[in-house]
Write a protein that binds this ligand. Structure first.
Ligand SMILES: Cc1cc2nc3c(=O)[nH]c(=O)nc-3n(C[C@H](O)[C@H](O)[C@H](O)COP(=O)(O)O)c2cc1C
Length: 480
C-alpha cells in the first residue's frame, strides 16, 4: 500500500486531520504526520501518534533521531504529501522558497506530488497575495484542493472551509488510480447491469436467482479505474457500490432494469450486460400475503422482456458485451446468444460459478475469436477481460511512451522485424497486470512527462514532437 505523509499546519480545522488519518489507515495506507509548531497548539501530536501508529514529526532539531537526516528520509519515504489543512502562511513560505521547519523543509526536498488542502478565513482566502502564490506553485506542479464555502470558525459564511475529509481522500485516491492504472477507457461512457432481479409474488415472496453481483460490480470498478465514466444499474445485492462511479442506480425487477438500462443506452460507448435478469415473473402480484391452505397452489409465470436482445436491436455504435451463464454446451450456447442478440462479445461461463468469488470464462467475439481465460478472482478477472478487449489502446500509448523516452531500439524493431503480437508478448506483464506497481512503467511515465514538457517549450523540439507523433500513427497501424 502507499505511504502518505500528512502535513498539518496551524489552522483551526487541524482537528479534522484526525479523521483524515483515521480514514486513510482504515483504507490500508501507511501514514506519517508532520505538524508545524503552531498546529500543535490546536491539536496535540499524541492524537496523530495514536491514530497513525507512528511518531509525529515537529522539530527538525529533535536530537532523538540519531544519525539519520530525517527530513530527507521522510521526503523519500512518501509516495505523496498531503497538507491538510494548509495555512495562508505555509503557502507564502513555500512559494518564496522558505524552508524553516520540518514540514516546509520536507516539501522542498521531496520529488513526489504535493497536495495542499486550503483552509482559512474568507478574507485571507481572497487575498491576492494568496492567489499569486497559488498560481506560482501550480506552475511548479504543486496541486491544490480548493476550500469549500460554508460556515467558518470566525463566525461568518464564506469560502475558506476545509473540503470534507472524505472528498480530500477521494481526490488522493483518484490520483493513485490514474497513476497506477492504464487509462485505456479514458473518456468512454459505460453502462453496466449487475446482480439478480427479484420478481415479487406477494409482499414477502419473490422469485430470484443466485447472482451475487460480484462480476458486474468488479467490472464497474475496473472500468472506472481504467478511466471510464460508469453508470452501474444493479438489482438487489449485498455489495457496496464501488468507488469512482458516475452514477449508481438500484432496481429490483426486470421491468425496472429494462427501463433504466434503455434510458442510458442510446448515448454511451460501451454496454456490459452482466445482470442475471429473471426470464419470467408471476403473472399475478398479490397485494396481501398469500394465505397457506391445505391444497396445492400454482403460480403462472409470464415472460419478462429480453433486455439484451433489445439492446442488440437498438445498437448503433455502442460496443455491446453480454454474459452467458450456461450449465451445458457452454460455447455453443454462448455463440448462439452472441449472434441472436447482435453482441460484439460474449463472456461465456459455467453457471455453477454464480455466487462464487472466482470464475473461469471464455471470451467469444463477433469475429469468431475465442479466448479462454484462466480461473481468477472476479475482481482480477474484470481487468483481464477489459484489457483483453481494449488493450490495443494501451499498446499504442505504451509504444508512444517508449518512443518519447528514446527507446529507439524497441521502436525500430517494431516497425520492421518484430510483429505487434511479439511486442505484445514482450510487454504482456505490464499490459496484463495494470495494477502492478511496475517501477519500469513508472519511470517511463516520469520520463515521458518531463520530455513532453521540455518539448512544449522549445521550437526545435516541436519538430521532434511532430516526428514522434508520426511514429505513433505508424504504431497505431501496426497494432490494428
Ligand atoms: C485559533 C487560530 C486559528 C487559526 N486558523 C487559521 C486557519 O484556519 N487558516 C490559516 O491560514 N491561519 C489560521 N490561523 C493563523 C495561523 O495559525 C498563523 O498564520 C500561523 O503563523 C500559521 O503557522 P503555520 O503555518 O506554521 O502552521 C489561526 C490562528 C489561530 C490563533
Amino acid at each position: 500500500m502507499k505511504n502518505i505523509l500528512l502535513g498539518i499546519t496551524g489552522g483551526i480545522s487541524a482537528y479534522k486531520s484526525a479523521n483524515i488519518v483515521s480514514q486513510l489507515k482504515k483504507k490500508g495506507y501507511s501514514v506519517k504526520v508532520i505538524m508545524t509548531k503552531n498546529a500543535t497548539k490546536i491539536i496535540t501530536p499524541l492524537t496523530f501518534e495514536t491514530l497513525s501508529r507512528n511518531k509525529v514529526y515537529v522539530d527538525m532539531w529533535d536530537e532523538s533521531k540519531g544519525y539519520e537526516v530525517e527530513h530527507i528520509s521522510l521526503a523519500e519515504w512518501a509516495d505523496l504529501v498531503l497538507v491538510a489543512p494548509t495555512t495562508y502562511n505555509v503557502i507564502g513560505k513555500i512559494a518564496n522558497g522558505i524552508a524553516d521547519d520540518m514540514l516546509t523543509t520536507v516539501i522542498s526536498a521531496t520529488k513526489v506530488p504535493v497536495f495542499f488542502a486550503l483552509a482559512m478565513n474568507e478574507n485571507m482566502y481572497n487575498n491576492p497575495i494568496l492567489s499569486d502564490n497559488v498560481d506560482k506553485l501550480k506552475g511548479y506542479g504543486y496541486r491544490f484542493i480548493e476550500a469549500d464555502e460554508g460556515f467558518l470558525a470566525c463566525n461568518t459564511n464564506g469560502k475558506g472551509r476545509l473540503k470534507k475529509e472524505e472528498e480530500i481522500i477521494e481526490i488522493i485516491e483518484e490520483y493513485f488510480i490514474k497513476k497506477d492504472y492504464p487509462q485505456v477507457l479514458q473518456g468512454k461512457t459505460v453502462v453496466i447491469t449487475a446482480g439478480p432481479t427479484e420478481e415479487p409474488l406477494d409482499p414477502v415472496r419473490f422469485i430470484t436467482n443466485l447472482s451475487s453481483g460480484k462480476m458486474g460490480y468488479s467490472l464497474a470498478e475496473a472500468c472506472a479505474k481504467l478511466g471510464a465514466q460508469v453508470t452501474l444499474i444493479s438489482g438487489p445485492t449485498k455489495l457496496e457500490p464501488p468507488m469512482g462511479l458516475k452514477k449508481f442506480i438500484s432496481v429490483r425487477t426486470a421491468l425496472q432494469m429494462e427501463k433504466e438500462t434503455l434510458k442510458y443506452y442510446e448515448n454511451i460507448d460501451i454496454a456490459i450486460a452482466c445482470a442475471a435478469v429473471g426470464d419470467y415473473r408471476p403473472k399475478i402480484y398479490y397485494k396481501e400475503k398469500i394465505k397457506k391452505s391445505d391444497s396445492d397452489f400454482s403460480v403462472e409465470l409470464i415472460r419478462n422482456p429480453d433486455i439484451l436482445y433489445q439492446m442488440g436491436l437498438l445498437k448503433k455504435n455502442q460496443f455491446l458485451m453480454g454474459f452467458a451463464a450456461e450449465t451445458e454446451n457452454i460455447l455453443e450456447n454462448a455463440t448462439l446468444k452472441l449472434n441472436k442478440k447482435n453482441l460484439d462479445v460474449i463472456v461465456a461461463n459455467d453457471a455453477s460459478n454464480m455466487g462464487n468469488g472466482n470464475n473461469t470464462v471464455t471470451l467469444v467475439e463477433k469475429n469468431g475469436k475465442i479466448t479462454p481465460l484462466k480461473r481468477e478472482k472476479k475482481s482480477e478477472l474484470a481487468y483481464t477481460i477489459l484489457l483483453k478487449l481494449f488493450s490495443k489502446v494501451t499498446m499504442v500509448s505504451l509504444m508512444g511512451i517508449l518512443i518519447l523516452t528514446g527507446c529507439s531500439s524497441i521502436i525500430s524493431n517494431s516497425t520492421g522485424k518484430e510483429k505487434y503480437s511479439d511486442l505484445e508478448k514482450k510487454y504482456s506483464v505490464i499490459l496484463k497486470k495494470p495494477r502492478l506497481k511496475s517501477k519500469e512503467i513508472d519511470s517511463l511515465k516520469n520520463k515521458y512527462i518531463k520530455l513532453n514538457s521540455r518539448l512544449e517549450r522549445n521550437e526545435e523540439n516541436k519538430k521532434l514532437k511532430k516526428e514522434i507523433l508520426k511514429k505513433v500513427v505508424i504504431l497505431e497501424d501496426l497494432s490494428s
